[in-house]
Structure formats: C-alpha cells, structure tokens
Design a protein around this ligand. Structure first.
Ligand code: ATP
Ligand code: MG
Length: 362
C-alpha cells in the first residue's frame, strides 16, 4: 500500500493554467474519486501523478518518495484508461503478460502473476481469446488486469467505465469496489459520473476549473456541500435553489423568499456568522421536501404548484414552481400528488443548505 501526496501542483499548457496550486493527500489504501465536469483538469491531474506529463510547479510524492521527476515505470503505479488499448493480435494472456515480458521478468513469475490477475478478474476461461472475441466489459477487465500484473501499489483509473452500456457499468463498478476491498491498494479514479463517484469513493474530490472545491466522504459531499457548485453538481435532479434574504427575529432566524413568504430556519446549523437582511440562497434537495410533515422533526412549510409528474418506478418526480423558482420534489410512488393546485411542502431545515451571495455555504 502507498500514500500519494500532491503538493502545490501547478500545470499550464502554454498560457492556459489548468491546475493552480493544487494540494491533495491520499491515504494508504484509500479510494479517491476525482469528480468534475468535462475540462476541469481531472485527467491532467491523473496524468501528472502517472508521470505522463511535465508539471510546471510543485511536487508529487508516492509512498514517501519524491517522484516528481521519476519516469512513469519507476513510480509503482498502474493506469487504466477509458479506451482499453489492447493489442488486437495478442490473446488475453498475451496482453496481460506483454509488459512483464518487455521488462525481462522470469517466465514462471509472469505466468504466476497472469493467472492471479485472471483469477481476480474472472478472466481464466478467456485467456486464449483475442480482444475482438470479448465483450466490452471483458475487454475493460483485461485492461485492469494489465495494471494488476504489475503489482502496482497505486492504481489510477481514467473514466474506465464510460465506454460500457449502463448495465455493464453497474456490474463493473461493483467489481472495482470488490477489487479495492480485496487488494487494499490505493486507488485514484476519475469520472464525471456522480453515481460512480458517490458509490465507489472513500472520499470524493469535486473539481471545478482546476480547483478541488471539496474533498470529503460521499455523505458529507451530498449532505453538506461546501458551495453552490458542489451542491448543484452532485445530486439528480439537482438541488433546488431559492433566492431570498436572512431575517433575524427575536427568537428565530427566518428566510424570506422573493414572493415575501417566510420560513423558519429552525434546526439549521450555520457554519459562520451572518447579517440580518443578508442576501442568501436556500438549497433544498428534491427528497428533502415532503408532502406530509414528519412527526419527530421541526418541518417548515412552503407552498408550491406542480405541473408535471414523472413516475420513476419506486418514486415519482414532481416538477413545478415555488416562489417563482422552478422546483422539483421526489415523492414515494404510493403518494398521490396534486397537479395544478397549491400544495404544502414540509422541509426539515436541519437538512437544507444555505449559501451566501458568493455561493459559499453559510
Ligand atoms: N496537451 C494539452 N495542451 C493544451 N491544453 C490541454 C492539453 N491537455 C488538456 N488541455 C486542456 O486542459 C483542460 C483540462 O483538461 P483535462 O483533460 O484534464 O480535463 P478533464 O477534466 O479530464 O475532462 P474530461 O472529463 O472531458 O476528460 C482542458 O481545458 C483541456 O482543453
Ligand atoms: Mg479526462
């Protein structure tokens, strides 16, 4: 097992600064997911760790060693890409052993490692096939196997599942989680798929414009997003945002919506001070607004009008407006919604989010 430490990393392509003073500490055996929109710098960061590109400034340490200027093969890493890049004329066995043969490893050791990787990835019965005779999921498992045979302590994945159909993605996602449990190796996994990120990660690093916005467990990211970007990027349908102002009352803090209506913020834990009359945005996830008040909490009431109903199977999405803003809720499919008329919604403010005008969590 190995830790990875990225210190003050800066990467520019000509005049374009892709990463600026980025720090990231990955613990031994940890599964870190880099999550962010296209172009935010995920692959750039992963490639820098792998040694595939020159960095402008900063250091990269793996397993207590400064590898900033080390060659990729000296870093003790294995990398799996979105495109499998298998040798089409070699069998699965040939693909798995190719890199080891090139390094001059003894035959018996190569055979042992290939069989071990094939066993872990359930490829034993496919060893004599060529890539063209494999399904997409099997090809991606071979690509993962090529990283495994190197006994890498750190495995880097760059969107390894995005070429697969939805069903295979889910299957292989679970397999990768199982693999991490059994190998215990340090893993850094890049994706722009939030479900993949939340399900796989010990900690998720949400990236935007080359900056890690929040590094935390899936639960923390989802329940206490640090800013509006993270709040809006993680969660589907996305968090509802209601603009308004904070109002201090004698024994309560209220949120005044644009239409003049007010809700109590009872239960909301502010992480920093705020001013009376300060502009803010109230963030409520679709499943945090209920059609009936729950008994043991202090739910607050809001009024919405829903116009569209989308049955999703176990639950139903309702789309409409609240205080002039578009608003969605997720209800259980055994509940009957009212469409086209005013509907009371009950929100437990302890679960809601508040952001200041700059978009930072209050
Ligand atoms: N070799 C390069 N030369 C110039 N610009 C580059 C180069 N590689 C990447 N970039 C730019 O750096 C930014 C980050 O790219 P990167 O590939 O890291 O994004 P990403 O987060 O992996 O996106 P995606 O989800 O689309 O793969 C982009 O604006 C991209 O255009
Ligand atoms: Mg990428």
């Amino acid at each position: 097992m190995s830790s990875v430490s990225i210190r003050n990393l800066q990467i520019s392509f000509g005049a374009l600064n892709v990463l600026e003073t980025l720090d990231l500490e990955v613990q031994e055996g940890e599964f870190i997911v880099l999550l962010g929109p296209s172009g935010c710098g995920k692959s750039t960061l992963l490639n820098a760790i792998a040694g595939l590109l020159d960095i402008t400034e900063g250091q990269i340490w793996i397993d207590g060693r400064n590898v900033t200027w080390a060659e990729p093969h000296e870093r003790g890493i294995g990398m799996v890409f979105q495109s499998y890049a298998l040798y089409p004329r070699l069998t699965v066995e040939g693909n798995l052993s190719f890199g080891l043969k090139m390094s001059g490893m003894p035959k018996a050791e190569i055979a042992r490692r290939v069989l071990e990787a094939a066993r872990i990835l359930q490829l034993e019965h496919l060893l004599q096939r060529q890539p063209a005779q494999l399904s997409g999921g099997q090809r991606q498992r071979v690509a993962i196997g090529r990283a495994l045979v190197r006994n890498a302590k750190v495995l880097l994945f760059d969107e390894p599942l995005s070429n697969l159909d939805a069903k295979l993605r889910t299957e292989l996602r679970v397999e990768i989680k199982r693999l991490h449990k059994s190998l215990g190796s340090t893993m850094i996994f890049v994706t722009h798929d939030q479900v993949e990120a939340l399900t796989l990660a010990d900690r998720v690093a949400v990236m935007h414009k080359g900056v890690i916005q929040q590094l935390a467990t899936s639960k923390e990211i989802y329940q206490r997003p640090i800013n509006r970007f993270v709040a809006g990027f993680v969660g589907s349908p996305q968090m509802n945002f209601l603009p308004g102002t904070l109002v201090r009352r004698e024994n309560a803090t209220c949120f005044r919506l644009r239409d003049g209506s007010e809700v109590n913020l009872t239960g909301y834990v502010f992480s920093r001070p705020f001013a009376d009359g300060q502009a803010a945005t109230l963030g409520i996830r679709p499943e945090q607004a209920l059609l009936r008040p729950s008994e043991h909490q202090h739910p607050d009431r809001l009024e919405a009008v829903f116009t569209i109903e989308e049955p999703m199977g176990p639950d139903t999405l309702l789309w409409g407006t609240l205080a002039g803003e578009s608003f969605s809720v997720r209800i259980s499919s055994d509940q009957t919604p009212v469409i086209g008329a005013k509907t009371d919604l009950y929100v437990n403010m302890a679960q809601a989010s508040l952001f200041d005008e700059a978009g930072d969590r209050l």
